[in-house]
Each structure stands twice: as C-alpha cells, then as structure tokens.
Write a protein that binds this ligand. Structure first.
Ligand SMILES: NC(=O)c1ccc[n+]([C@@H]2O[C@H](COP(=O)([O-])OP(=O)(O)OC[C@H]3O[C@@H](n4cnc5c(N)ncnc54)[C@H](O)[C@@H]3O)[C@@H](O)[C@H]2O)c1
Length: 398
C-alpha cells in the first residue's frame, strides 16, 4: 500500500487509479484500494447487485488500521450527503455538520431555495455543493445520507404535483439504492402530513393517519407515505440501515419568505404593515418547532442505535391557534397590522396538529428547548435583515 499525504485541500472521490480522501484538509491517497474499484464497487445503484466488502471505501480508508495517524479526529470524520441541503432545514443541518468537522456534500436542484442559504459554506474545505435532481441516480461514496430533498410548503408542492410525488418516491429509491450500494446509513425526512387530518390528538407514531389519497395535498402526503414504505422495505429486504423522522411544522431563519407558510406569511405581512390574513376562523391549531431544535433531533436520530429505525415524531408539542400566532407576530414585530379573515380553509387543511413526542424523549433524549416567543423573535430579526427583492417566489401560487 502506498499512502500519500498532500496539502491539496480538494476532496476527490475517484481518480482513475487512486482513491483519494481528504480529512482535515489533507488528502490521503490509497493506491492499493484501486483493486476493489476494478472488482466492481463503482458499478452504479444496481438494485440486484450484491456488493462485496464491509463498508464504503472512504470509511475503509479511515478505519484501516494501517492509516498511520495518531489523531483520533481523523478517524471520526464521516462523509455525509444532505439532499435538499440548500433548503431551509437542510442548510441549518449542513451548518451543524460542517461545524462538527464532517465532510459534507450538499445536493440540491434549487427548486425552492437559493444559494444564499449556503453561500457562507462554499469556501469551507469540508463542504461541497452539487446541483442535482434526486429523481435521477447519483453515484457518490458516503457514510451517511440525510434525505431532505422535497418541496415542503403547500404552494410549492402543489405547483407540479407529479414532480412532487416523483421527488418523494424516486428520490427515496435513488437514495436508498445509493445507501444499499455503499452501505451508508440513511435518514429520511418524512412529515406529520402522513397523519392527514388526524382523528387522534396528539398524534403518536402508532396512529396510521387520515389522508385523502386523491386530494390536492396527496402528492405530498402520499409521496411521503410511499417513501416511508420504501425505507422499511429496503431495511427488510436489503438490510439497509434506515432512520425515519416525521417532522412537524418547523420555522426559523432561512424559511423562504415566499413559501406561503403561515409563519413566513405573517411575519412578512407584519413587517410590511399589511393586513395579516388568516384562513378560516383562525381556531385551527398548529405546533411550531424552532429550526435549531429540529436539527438537533435529526442528528440524534442519525446517531441512534441501529435497532431504532423509527418512525419518530420530531416537533414542538406546544399548541397554538393560528389567531394566537398572528397576535404574537404582530406584538413581537411592533407592527400595526390588522388581523383579518381572508378566506375559507384550503381543502384538506388539517384542523389540529400536535406531536406526541414521548418516543423521541425516551429513545433520543430529545425535546425542544426554544419556545415560540423566543423562536419568533429570532425569526423576525432574520426577516428584518434580508432584502426581499433578492428572493424569487419559486412558484406563482405561493
Ligand atoms: N419545514 C417543515 O416544517 C417540514 C415539516 C415536515 C417535513 N419537512 C420535510 O423536511 C424536508 C426539508 O424541508 P424544508 O422546510 O427545508 O423545505 P425547503 O423547500 O426549504 O427545502 C427543500 C429543498 O429540497 C430541494 N429540492 C426539491 N426538489 C428537489 C429535487 N427533485 N432534487 C433535489 N433537490 C430538490 C429544494 O430546492 C430545497 O432546497 C422536506 O423533505 C420536507 O418535506 C419539513
């Protein structure tokens, strides 16, 4: 084996004959491993193939006892793929992973996000950006995958519903195929929408939901349900190491200001001094989780024991009516906006939503720390700091 150490800071996955991996800015080149590549490791996401070998080549290099390093940090670094990594949640997750020193690959097609969310990471040596659509296959060597790519706001996912369900289902198949091929752990971002308009309140993971399979939200709800099915089928059939989290309403800095979601709408309207428009009578309830809490939950779930694949609810159980939210936004932003009833509730809009987080508390030791008032203050500050003219609405019907 030849182990080369160079000061080149750029990580390269495969060169013709040499595997190279960078850790802490140094590149290790392991010529001996090129034989495994020739034996067929890099043949694509072929579902039928049985992959030889215990692990990905990157982690093989790191775990190889022949690697002559005394620095334990080098052996801890994981190569982590975040799909949808330029989005609202994904960009915060990338921040945490980059700060932790992991080797982060962000994949995004920028449908509902823009580079400004991750621009501060572009010159970090352990961060890499790939513009890619997850409905197409992707060949990478990674140890962990956070699969977040999917439009999440109703106005975004209903714009092109067929593409939405393709993103959920084909995206999941492609990422699971990748996870299977390189033996990576994969966490899938599912949603409280799998519970539909719930008849059980609050919603535990055991509740199977009340989803209208042919309604306007079905492209998202059923797409996410099918993706959960795929996750568990890949676990049962192929032994893929999976994690499923069901995320409830999350808010915070870097939400798309034109995503049409209730928190961003209200803050934008309040700061502009416009009427705050609530749908229905405003008595429908939601729970709101601050983004930092949510990201902590994602990280804990990825690190949870392998015999706990989920699904697990992640959300803040504090329940508020939409009118209470509007009143708090007006108060905290010092706005003179009036709260008005703008229109009827959209079709299939759930009347109440509140996570039961008993499982997350017990299995992950996780619960949210940031209350709604504090989280809204931070979010309002961010909205004040941005130039709205720099954001384009991803779809006309936000
Ligand atoms: N924010 C929430 O309240 C919430 C709640 C439940 C579930 N989730 C889930 O969490 C994930 C992230 O949500 P978010 O709030 O950050 O939304 P977001 O729209 O800000 O982020 C989604 C990202 O995925 C990208 N994307 C969309 N389609 C893609 C494709 N085909 N290929 C590659 N990239 C694609 C978008 O450009 C965007 O950057 C989603 O899967 C969403 O369903 C979020």
């Amino acid at each position: 084996m030849v182990l080369g150490l160079s000061a080149n800071l750029k990580r390269e996955t495969v060169k013709s004959d040499i595997l190279s991996v960078s850790v802490c800015g140094f590149r290790f080149e392991d010529v001996s491993l090129c034989s495994t590549e020739k034996a067929g490791r890099y043949q694509g996401n072929d579902e039928k193939r049985e992959e030889p070998g215990p692990s990905t080549r990157a982690s093989q290099v790191r775990r190889d006892s022949r690697l002559q390093t005394q620095d334990p940090r080098l052996l801890m670094i994981k190569r982590i793929l975040v799909t949808g990594g330029a989005g609202f949640l994904g960009s915060h997750l990338c921040d945490r992973l980059v700060e932790a020193g992991q080797d982060v690959i962000c994949v995004d097609n920028f449908f509902t996000s823009q580079k400004s969310n991750i621009i501060h990471l572009l010159d970090r040596r352990n961060f890499e950006l790939i513009r890619h659509d997850v409905t197409h296959e992707l060949y990478l060597e990674v140890d962990e995958i956070f699969n977040l790519a999917c439009p999440a706001a109703p106005g975004h996912y209903q714009y092109n519903p067929i593409k939405t369900i393709k993103t959920s289902v084909m995206g999941a198949i492609n990422m699971l195929g990748l996870a299977k091929r390189v033996k990576a752990k994969i966490l899938h971002a599912s949603t409280s929408e799998v519970y539909g308009d719930p008849e059980v309140h609050p919603q535990p993971e055991s509740y199977r939901g009340n989803v209208n399979p042919i309604g306007p939200r079905a492209c998202y709800d059923e797409g996410k349900r099918a993706a959960e099915t795929l996750m568990f089928d890949y676990r049962r059939q192929n032994g893929v190491n999976i994690r499923v989290v069901r995320i409830f309403n999350t808010y915070g800095p870097r939400m798309h200001p034109y995503d049409g979601r209730v928190v961003s709408n209200f803050i934008r309207q309040a700061l502009a001094g416009e009427d705050i428009t609530i749908f229905g009578d405003g008595r429908q309830t939601r729970s709101f989780c601050y983004v930092d809490d949510l990201v902590e939950g994602l990280l804990r779930m990825m690190d949870a024991p392998d015999d706990f694949p989920g699904p697990v609810n992640l959300g803040n159980p504090g329940e508020f009516t939409i009118r209470q939210l509007a009143e708090m936004v007006v108060e905290l932003s010092g706005s003179k906006s009036k709260i008005v009833n703008a229109r009827d509730l959209p079709e299939d809009d759930p009347l109440q939503r509140q996570p039961d987080i008993t499982l997350a508390k017990g299995k992950l030791g996780w619960e949210p720390n940031v209350n709604l008032r504090e989280g809204l203050e931070r979010t309002i500050e961010w909205f004040k700091s941005i130039d709205l003219s720099m954001f384009r609405a991803p779809t006309p019907n936000y």
